[in-house]
Each structure stands twice: as C-alpha cells, then as structure tokens.
Design a protein around this ligand. Structure first.
Ligand SMILES: Nc1ncnc2c1ncn2[C@@H]1O[C@H](COP(=O)(O)OP(=O)(O)OP(=O)(O)O)[C@@H](O)[C@H]1O
Ligand SMILES: [Mg+2]
Length: 259
C-alpha cells in the first residue's frame, strides 16, 4: 500500500519542468515538499492529479499497486487521490453544497447504487449529508451560509483555503496533496486549518504537504521533508530540515549539490 511516484518527468507547454521525481508516500506518513518559487512543486501536484495540461513524458504513478499514470482525474479521485489547489478557482453558478454532494457521490456511492431511490429516501439522504457538512464546517470554522454560495465565488483568500480543507474532510481521501494550504491564512486560521488536517491524518492516510513555511509543520509534524530544486528532489530529511531552511534559506543546499 502506497502512493509511488517513479522517475516522473512532466512537461508543460513543451517545457520539461519536473525532471525525474521518485517519492513513496505510505499510509500514516506525512511528507512535506518545500522549494523555491518556480521549482516545480505545483507542476508535480497537478501531474499527480492528472491535469490535462501537464503531460507525463516519463515515469509512473502507482496507487496501492495500480498504475494510474494514464487515468483521468476523476478516476484517480475514485481511487482515493485528492489535491487541494494553491489557487482555487471561482466557479459561479455551482452551488458549494451541491458541488460537495456530487463530488462525494461520484467518489463513494455511484457503483453501489442498485435501485433508484424514492423521493423520500432522496430527501433523507440530502438531510443526512447536510448534517454531515455542518459538522465538517465547524472543523474548518466556516459559517453554514457558505454552503449556499457559489463555489469559491467572492471567498476571501483564507476562506478559499478553508473550503479546500472542507473538501478534504468531506471526501476523506487516502492520499492527499495539499498545495500551499497555509498561504494566505491568518494566524488563528492557520492553527484551525492545521489542526483540522492533523485530525484527518491518521494511520490510514498519506499526505504530501507543499509549503514554504515551517509554521504549519509545527502543528502537523512531518515524517519527511523534501526539497525540490529545478524539477528534482535534491535533499530529503526529517522535520529539522524545515527549521534549517527557515533559518538559512536554500543557498546552502545549492552549494552542497554543486560540490
Ligand atoms: N501552465 C503553464 N504554462 C507555462 N508555464 C508553466 C505552467 N505551469 C507551470 N509553468 C512553469 O513551470 C515552472 C514551475 O512552476 P510551479 O508552479 O510548478 O512552481 P512552484 O514550485 O509551485 O512555485 P511556487 O512556490 O511559486 O508555487 C515555472 O517556471 C512556471 O512558470
Ligand atoms: Mg506552487
């Protein structure tokens, strides 16, 4: 059981951005991925999720023994993969609660459904789901009124990040890639969101947390910290590596690898 990334190379707009990444994330593990702006972290995350613009030119992605390299994003999601966006997009016209319900259904329910539910059953289910959403909203400290708004439309930067974590809490994926969830959160919100993630990061789930700052990692202790530079992981270590980066920046690693 693991999410295995094997010699992954990713091209965007005919440019090689991710230049051979090997990384294995097992259930129960938290990996942090750090690195300068433009080093390829988001490109790696999007390629893992199956964004059509990011083409995998070499390598494989294996999820619990199954090769998912060629699968479309929704199939990857069904198999338990999730990604939260660094820049969540606003989708006017798509009601947030409906979006969550559809996403939940398409991941957890569709094949199990043997018969068409009666209107009463439908209503009961909708009610149950709404109650579940309410409890998850508390976890990320968003008011219930958000459920009746359009997806991310007019959400503040921090609210968008909370909305991403709400999706994580609702969908309960086995492997989650969180792309800079901590950027744009105020001090209290960071604690709330970090604790929410921590609660969900149990021994059955694996996390890849992309971040620039040590701060979120003081709440969610990573087992491994990786540094990405120019499309490659150039250094891996324990949580202390994040502290070192915070103190000294990246230049010393550059020096180390050029020797
Ligand atoms: N859709 C795209 N079209 C053109 N170039 C792209 C595209 N996506 C990524 N790139 C380029 O790939 C490189 C890596 O970008 P990426 O977003 O992966 O970096 P990052 O490590 O996530 O940076 P940051 O820390 O700023 O979020 C950048 O030079 C970027 O301009
Ligand atoms: Mg990025």
């Amino acid at each position: 059981m693991a999410l295995e990334i094997k010699n992954l190379k990713v091209e965007v707009e005919d440019q090689l951005i991710v230049k051979g990444i090997d990384l294995t994330i097992k259930p129960g593990e938290i990996h942090a991925l750090m690195g300068r702006n433009g080093s390829g972290k988001t490109t790696l995350a999007k390629a893992l999720m199956g964004h059509p613009k990011y083409s995998i030119v070499e390598g494989q992605i294996i999820l619990d023994g199954e090769d998912i390299t060629e699968l479309p994003p929704n199939e990857r999601a069904k198999k338990g993969l999730f990604m939260s966006f660094q820049y969540p997009v606003e989708i006017p016209g798509v009601n947030f609660a409906n979006f969550l319900r559809q996403a939940y259904r398409s991941i957890h329910e569709d094949e199990k459904r043997e018969k068409v539910p009666t209107p009463q059953e439908e209503m009961l289910e909708a009610l149950k789901f709404r109650n579940m959403l309410k409890s998850k909203l508390k976890l990320v400290d968003l008011p219930e009124s958000f459920l009746d708004r359009y997806l991310n439309e007019g959400f503040s930067g921090g609210e968008k990040k909370r909305a991403e974590i709400l999706q994580l809490a609702v969908l309960q994926p086995k492997y989650a890639i969180l792309d800079e969830t901590d950027s744009g959160l105020d001090i209290d919100a960071l604690r709330v969101v970090a604790n929410a993630i921590k609660q969900m990061a149990d021994e059955t789930r694996g996390y890849l947390i992309i971040t620039h700052y040590q701060r979120i990692l003081s709440y969610i202790e990573p087992d491994y910290v990786h540094v990405m530079m120019n499309g490659k992981i150039v250094k891996s270590g324990g949580k202390d590596l994040a502290h070192e980066l915070e103190k000294h920046g990246y230049a010393w690693i550059e020096k180390e690898i050029s020797q």
